[in-house]
Design a protein around this ligand. Structure first.
Ligand SMILES: Cc1cc2nc3c(=O)[nH]c(=O)nc-3n(C[C@H](O)[C@H](O)[C@H](O)COP(=O)(O)O)c2cc1C
Ligand SMILES: [Mn+2]
Length: 438
């Protein structure tokens, strides 16, 4: 499955809005994507030039994109993909669609990269997977990074302290540039695989392969030999320049606030390749698409961590209002007094960004914020059921945390205490009336 076939499927299901004719990259594209966020994929078509956003709009569409029928199996499918990685398939350069055309010169400013939010510093590439190799082991890593177009050949990049940051530090220690391949235009499963939470040294290409159900085709990038998905629409090959820093940001981010303007690493692009009539992809920051890509791997990590201390963790979600990062709601059936508290602390250990976790019983619908609030209203005694942890590591993009992301965290146990009479807590219902009216 490539981006084209996924878009074709969405069109056949009437889930696409097509904008024909010239588009304006200054806020017009972002405003159409905002209008249809959570509802429709938007394709902007101007002759040969094509731009797409909102490539999925819900958990169920994301599930469909990896061949699953139901959003309910997203977590188990993701967990299985992490447990059973699959080695990609090596394709020939001649068969790789992404290598069809090499641009005669590098003109990043001619890519259809939109200016998204009001105070953004400029046009950004937001839907590229950055692929780099560890300078010692050669093992590759995939991650998505916001990329500010500085000029025709360079990009500013935000690299939070995860795997790519380790590679950059290793290269800079040797005063060497770090080769990087930026691929744009892939179906949701690839992007979801890039968000995997794994130990350093796991190649996310192996997770994409298992998540999609068969080895993905990869091809060495012509200049630096980085293995890239052959089905990509665009490939930008370049280097993260050793020790170079330039101002990047501000940029509207997933918490619906702006990330700061600061000196950040610089990518020099050396060559651009693409398919015939390539489709450029953008992810509107803070859109459903952006938030859900991060949600699934984090929910799986929280589920795993909580399950270590409580065997009856049924389900976890990260709420949309918290950017699918900061607020978790977990459904558990505690067997022992205090077990729910241990499980909540495990959620913090599972994912750094989680700032508040609420645990509820299995009769509460964690996808319904009103039902969760009902549980908090009727089952919580604040002096007994709230735990506050000070000075923990959270998200640097949370404006209320320190610039390094140090934050306090809170956990709310909204489960019915073990051993009390549950009848007092039972939700009222109206019995179904089977009499059919005349
Ligand atoms: C649309 C989107 C944009 C993102 N932008 C950034 C970014 O600018 N910088 C960053 O460090 N992580 C960003 N991320 C998160 C990383 O891609 C993600 O945490 C990834 O799993 C990190 O990979 P790693 O574990 O191999 O380091 C973004 C994620 C998405 C979905
Ligand atoms: Mn990684």
């Amino acid at each position: 499955m490539d981006l084209r076939s996924w878009l074709g499927f969405l069109e056949s299901q009437n889930r696409v809005v097509i904008h024909e004719g010239p588009w304006d990259l200054t806020h017009m594209v972002a405003s159409r994507l905002t209008e249809y966020d959570g509802q429709k994929t938007v394709i902007f078509r101007d002759g040969d030039r094509v731009l797409v956003g909102n490539t999925f709009n819900s958990r169920s569409e994301l599930a469909q994109s990896i061949g699953a029928q139901d959003a309910k199996v997203l977590h188990s499918r993701y967990r299985d993909a992490l447990a059973q990685p699959l080695v990609p398939y090596q394709s020939n350069a001649e068969d790789a669609p992404v290598l069809t055309v090499r641009e005669s010169s590098v003109r990043l400013d001619s890519l259809p990269a939109p200016l998204h939010h009001a105070r953004d510093s400029g046009a950004y590439i937001t839907a590229s997977i950055a692929i780099s190799r560890d300078p010692d082991t050669g093992i590759q890593n995939w991650s998505i990074h916001r990329l500010q177009i500085n000029d025709a050949q360079t990009l500013g990049i935000l690299i939070l302290p995860r795997h790519l940051a380790i590679m950059v530090a290793k290269a800079e220690q040797r005063d060497e540039d770090l080769p990087v391949a930026l691929v744009v235009g892939l179906p949701p499963g690839y992007l979801l695989a890039s968000q995997a939470i794994t130990p350093y040294g796991v190649d996310e290409a192996t997770i994409a392969s298992s998540l999609l159900g068969s080895p993905i085709a990869v091809v060495p990038s012509p200049l630096y030999g980085i293995e890239v998905p052959a089905e990509s629409e665009y490939l930008l090959e370049g280097r993260i320049i050793a020790h170079a820093r330039d101002l990047e940001g501000p940029f509207g981010e997933f918490p619906r606030t702006y990330g700061s303007r600061s000196p950040r690493p610089v990518v020099k692009i050396d060559a651009i390749y693409h398919r015939e009539s390539p489709i450029f992809q953008t992810i509107l920051p803070a859109s459903r698409e952006h938030l859900l890509l991060g949600a699934i791997p984090r929910e799986v990590a929280i589920l795993n961590a909580m399950s270590q201390v409580s065997p009856n963790v049924e389900d976890v979600i990260l709420t949309l209002a918290s950017g699918c990062r900061y607020h978790a709601v977990a459904q558990i059936t505690p067997r022992h007094a205090g077990e729910a508290k241990n499980a909540m602390l495990a959620a913090f250990a599972g994912v750094n960004e989680v700032k508040r976790v609420i645990v509820v019983d299995s009769d509460i619908n964690i996808h319904d914020p009103e039902d969760v609030e009902w549980a908090v209203a009727t089952r919580v005694q604040p002096d007994r059921d709230i735990v506050v942890v000070s000075g923990a590591l959270g998200s640097a993009l949370d404006p209320s945390a320190t610039p390094d992301g140090v934050t306090s965290k809170w956990a709310i146990d909204a489960t019915i205490p073990v051993g009390v009479d549950k009848a007092r807590f039972e939700k009222i219902t109206v019995p179904s009336n089977n009499v059919v009216g005349d």
